[in-house]
Design a protein around this ligand. Structure first.
Ligand code: PGA
Length: 249
C-alpha cells in the first residue's frame, strides 16, 4: 500500500515560555544542516505559535497548535479559533488529545466539529484516539479506538491532508509502551476504521503512534506496519531528544 511520508510531531502541552524557543531554533538549525527523512512539526501552546513561526521561518519545521474551538469566532472567552492559529502561522493542529477528552469532556462529536473548523481554516488536523488502561485490560482496545475513529472523523476529511494519532492513554507520559504487536494490531484497526468512514479517502493519511516515544524506542516503533510517524510529548521538549526520534524515522 502506498504510504505518505512519515510525520514526527512534537506536543509541548502546557510547557514552554519564550526562552524555550531556543530548543525550536536548535532543532530547525540541525535539520537545515542535515535534512530529515520525514516531516517534522512542533505543536506549541497558543501563546508561542506566532513566535515559533517566526523562529523557524524558512526552515522545514512545521508549526502547529494543540486545540481549537469548533466555532469560527464569537463569545467564547479564553478560546482560540482555528483561523486564529492559522493567522499566527500554524499549519497543523492536534485535536481530541486524551488530555482534552478526559480533562475537558470532549466527545467524539466535539472533536469532529473541531476537525471541521480546522479544515475550514486550512489547518491539517492530527486527530487523537486511544484506549484507557481499564479498556485495554478488558480487551476493548480495538473496539474503543475504532469507535473513536468512526465518531471523530467527519466525512469532509476525504481528500484532505490529515493524520490520526493512536495514543494509548496509559502510555502517555508513563514510560510504558504497548508491545509492537499491540501497536500493529491497533494501527491496522485504525486504518480499517478510517477506510470504513472515508472510503478511499481513508487510505493514505498517516497513522501516528504516540505515548512514551523516545530516542531509544523510536526506530522499532516506526518500523511497525502502518505506523506513519509519531506524536511525541516529553521527548519533544529538548531538541537533542526530539532529533534522536527524527533521525530514527
Ligand atoms: P508522551 O506524550 O510522549 O510524553 O508520552 C505523548 C502525547 O501525549 O502526545
Amino acid at each position: 500500500m502506498k504510504q505518505s511520508v512519515k510525520l514526527i510531531a512534537g506536543n509541548w502541552k502546557m510547557n514552554g515560555l519564550g526562552a524555550s524557543l531556543g530548543e525550536a531554533r536548535a532543532l530547525s538549525e540541525a535539520l537545515a544542516a542535515e535534512p530529515a527523512a520525514c516531516r517534522v512539526a512542533l505543536c506549541l501552546p497558543a501563546t508561542l505559535v506566532h513566535r515559533l513561526a517566526e523562529a523557524v521561518a524558512g526552515g522545514v519545521v512545521e508549526v502547529g497548535g494543540q486545540d481549537c474551538h469548533a466555532e469560527a469566532s464569537g463569545a467564547f472567552t479564553g478560546s482560540t479559533s482555528a483561523a486564529m492559529l492559522a493567522d499566527a502561522g500554524a499549519t497543523l493542529v492536534i485535536l481530541g488529545h486524551s488530555e482534552r477528552r478526559a480533562g475537558f469532556g470532549e466527545s467524539d462529536a466535539d472533536v469532529a466539529a473541531k476537525v471541521e473548523a480546522a479544515l475550514a481554516a486550512g489547518l491539517e488536523p492530527i486527530i487523537c484516539v486511544g484506549e484507557t488502561l481499564d479498556q485495554r485490560q478488558a480487551g476493548e482496545a480495538v473496539v474503543v479506538v475504532s469507535a473513536q475513529v468512526a465518531g471523530s472523523l467527519p466525512s469532509s476529511l476525504s481528500g484532505k491532508a490529515f493524520a490520526v494519532a493512536y495514543e494509548p492513554v496509559w502510555a502517555i507520559g508513563t514510560g510504558l509502551t504497548p508491545t509492537l504487536e499491540q501497536i500493529e494490531e491497533v494501527h491496522a484497526a485504525v486504518r480499517a476504521a478510517m477506510i470504513g468512514r472515508l472510503g478511499e479517502g481513508g487510505r493514505i493519511a498517516p497513522i501516528l503512534y504516540g505515548g512514551s516515544v523516545k530516542p531509544s524506542n523510536a526506530a522499532e516503533i516506526l518500523a511497525v506496519a502502518e505506523v506513519g510517524g509519531a506524536l511525541v510529548g516529553g521527548a519533544s521538549l529538548k531538541a537533542a531528544d526530539f532529533l534522536g526520534i527524527i533521525r530514527a524515522a
